[in-house]
Design a binder for this molecule. Structure first.
Ligand SMILES: [Zn+2]
Length: 449
């Protein structure tokens, strides 16, 4: 099938559709029909046999899901230098290197690295991502988002404190002006697939005045705000009036039980990046994810970046979340497979303010869907599709992805770009970036001869 916007699309006869609807129904022998951007029918294949569509995907042998939502994804730059940092380069030391290299990126380089990240995300089932304000040349990258058809929440990362990181620093007033201008310029672009938020970097790189101001700008424009969050600052955010239903806290590392309650009372949501936390050995099991969920906080999952996590595969993220808490708490009752899947879909959508639009397969919602091919060794036997997805599969069994009603991945390949050609180009970009910034290309422990 060719790429492009269809008037209507029928996905027919899936072995299972995991709907994530209010009853969490799993429809066996399922057909889903979309007209334009939205889902119009969900049901048994035999009941929907007569419905015509402009195009039909034969989904036999497939498991159909709502596409994944990645709530914290620094989408630009990192593919250029993926794998550069050794295992033990973490925390501030890594961040300094990240921002030093990222600040040297050109517009053209950022376009290609963003496109490659989007290819990796979408071919493993993700349609929606939150880029926490790290894209420098948004106009160029908008073209990548347009080509790919993904759903992007973006913003300009602002700070007003002098730092040891190569982040742009502005006065509080200028940072707020830039935030306002960004939201006015970009919110709602690409048929509504782009949302623009206020994106102050973190409470330790921004004054309370800037955080408070960002919240006011978000409120005034009917949009949201995100920041990197660490324990000990929740109370200050609450007292400054920053906690609210349109705030997404990223990571929430080191928060304690009283901060969990404050976040829940304030109505904010949280995104956690289990694969980054595991890789940095920063104690995934100690993170308060189960407690936040128990308090009714919408918690989503993020991949962070190609050079901190380092993978963007939405299925591997589910697996990391489900396993990381079981092992970390030494209790198999933590984060069951179904709960992990909720965080990547329905809760993840809610956590980024799109719960009414995406995150489940229901009539009226936007058609963001992923179809897994299960006639593969790792999917058999197919007795419990949720269990197999979370514990046995990975993103390589994605067959089709539909974004906003448009087929963007078919046969496991993206239809909007030549993955091999983009990969080769990004390799050259990475090597050139290292050469001109005087960065040693290989930092591993073994000699490369
Ligand atoms: Zn981040």
């Amino acid at each position: 099938m060719e790429s492009g916007r269809r008037r209507s699309l029928k996905i027919e006869g899936a072995a299972y559709a995991i709907t994530l609807d209010a009853q969490r129904r799993i429809v066996q022998g399922a057909t889903v029909v979309c007209d334009g951007q939205r889902i119009t029918h969900v049901g048994k294949a035999e009941e929907l046999r007569e419905i015509d569509a402009d195009a039909t995907i034969d989904a036999h042998g497939g498991v159909l899901l709502p596409a994944f939502v990645n709530g914290h994804m620094h989408v630009s730059y990192a593919h250029a230098v993926r794998g550069l940092f050794p295992d033990d380069m973490i925390g501030r030391e890594r961040l300094r290197e990240v921002f030093r290299l990222q600040s040297a990126m050109t517009e053209d380089e950022e376009f290609w690295t963003s496109l490659l990240a989007i290819i990796e995300l979408m071919k493993s089932g993700t349609v929606t991502l939150v880029d926490p304000g790290s894209t420098k040349f948004l106009d160029a990258c908008l073209q990548a988002y347009a080509d790919a058809g993904c759903r992007v929440i973006t913003g300009e990362c602002v700070t007003d404190q002098q730092l040891d990181l190569a982040l742009p620093v502005h006065s509080t007033e200028v940072a707020l002006q830039r935030t306002t201008q960004f939201i006015r310029a970009y919110d709602g672009r690409l048929d509504g697939r782009v949302r623009a938020w206020a994106m102050p970097f973190s409470a330790d790189t921004c004054s309370l005045d800037l955080l408070r101001g960002c919240k006011a700008v978000a409120d005034a424009h009917g949009t949201w705000m995100t920041l990197h969050h660490t324990g000990g600052t929740t109370e200050a955010l609450q007292q400054a009036g920053v906690l609210g239903a349109n705030l997404l806290l990223a990571h929430a590392a080191g928060i304690d039980d009283s901060e969990v309650e404050t976040i829940a009372r304030g109505g904010a949501s949280v995104v956690m990046c289990p694969s980054t936390t595991l890789k940095e050995a920063s104690g995934l099991g100690r993170r308060k994810l189960p407690e936040l969920l128990a308090q009714g906080v919408a918690v989503g999952l993020g991949a962070d970046s190609a050079n901190s996590s380092n993978y963007l595969d939405g299925v591997r993220l589910l697996n990391a979340a489900a396993l990381g808490f079981k092992d970390g708490r030494q209790d198999v009752s933590y984060v069951p497979a179904e709960q992990a899947l909720e965080m990547a879909t329905l809760l993840g959508a809610r956590a980024v303010g799109l719960g009414d639009e995406i995150g489940s397969i229901e009539v009226g919602k936007k058609a963001d869907l992923v179809l897994f091919e299960t006639r593969r060794a790792e999917w058999r036997s197919l007795l419990d599709p949720v269990n197999n997805l979370v514990y046995a599969a990975d993103g390589r069994s994605v067959r089709c992805v539909i974004a906003d009603g448009r087929l963007v991945v078919d046969g496991g390949q993206v239809l909007f770009a030549d993955e091999a050609a983009v990969s080769v180009r990004v390799q050259a970009i990475g090597e050139a970036l290292l050469a001109r910034t005087g960065t040693r290309a290989n930092r591993g422990r073994w000699p490369v001869i």
